[in-house]
Design a protein around this ligand. Sequence first.
Ligand SMILES: C[S@@+](CC[C@H](N)C(=O)[O-])C[C@H]1O[C@@H](n2cnc3c(N)ncnc32)[C@H](O)[C@@H]1O
Length: 298
Amino acid sequence: MAQTGLQLFGGNWTESKLDALDQYLRVYAKVLSKQPFERVYIDAFAGTGYREQRTDPAAQHGTMFDVFEGDEEPQQFLDGSARIALKIEPPFNRYVFVEMEQRRAAELEKLRQEFPRRASAIDVQCGDANVAIQALCRSWNTRLSRGVLFLDPYGMQVEWPTIEAIAKTRSIDVWILFPFAVNRLLTRDPQDIPPGWQDRLNKMFGSEDWQRRFYRTKTTANIFSGPEEVVEKALTLQGLGSYYRERLAKVFSRVAPNPRMLLNSRNSPLFQLHFAAANPDRGGEIALRIAEHILNNI
Ligand SMILES: C[S@@+](CC[C@H](N)C(=O)[O-])C[C@H]1O[C@@H](n2cnc3c(N)ncnc32)[C@H](O)[C@@H]1O
């Protein structure tokens, strides 16, 4: 394995998200193998195939839009999402791995040697997930294909047009990690949110109504100047996650009612794991039932 120098991390929350994916893919592959569809696994933030942590110190501390993951215990080389998907039986007909970093994409290419029987089905795309997934969804054939998509970003990288494009396929199920790092952008006074952050929030939620949702106007008594209106933050992390779920429910026919909080080793929420099915038919109903069960049990 050409991964010397990389430190591997992953606490229980990493375990939980990958466990959910693994369980879902197992059931999905079995159920769909009895149907005439092409089965596609899509990993939009694929990494290397192994769980790893970023090595450059700046990236380790992340940007304002990332979640800091540096407090977990080092572990051995463990399977990341791409390898988990490649091990599923019966296999998928196509694997699309999208990864922005060239070095990581090169590692994904090597999976062809490790999984020779899957080699011709593996498509590695080095680039931005939003661009790649929107292009894939545009050329998606709903009549022929069924897919599972894993959206596992470091932070706020998933943009709303990507979510809309997935929903429009009406045949892709998606597991999404919603980052609580969003909360860092929501300053106590909304006037303090710089335009760049507002733009980032709008792109993530696909709406501007988060402003009304996360802030409320309160009238306070001022003994000198009379009543005064102040705007204050009125938000819990649960509320933040519920809002994202509501946004998903605007475009997906089915969204799991029980998203799962993923906590770090200090019990701070890092992400919320959501599931949404684009299929409006019975397939979507079954998918939702399976996902709900998994979310309750990971
Ligand atoms: C949390 S890691 C993914 C881990 C992977 N799912 C696994 O289980 O092994 C996020 C990955 O997304 C990549 N990435 C970050 N921004 C991206 C973007 N805009 N498009 C595609 N990949 C991106 C990072 O280089 C990193 O490898």
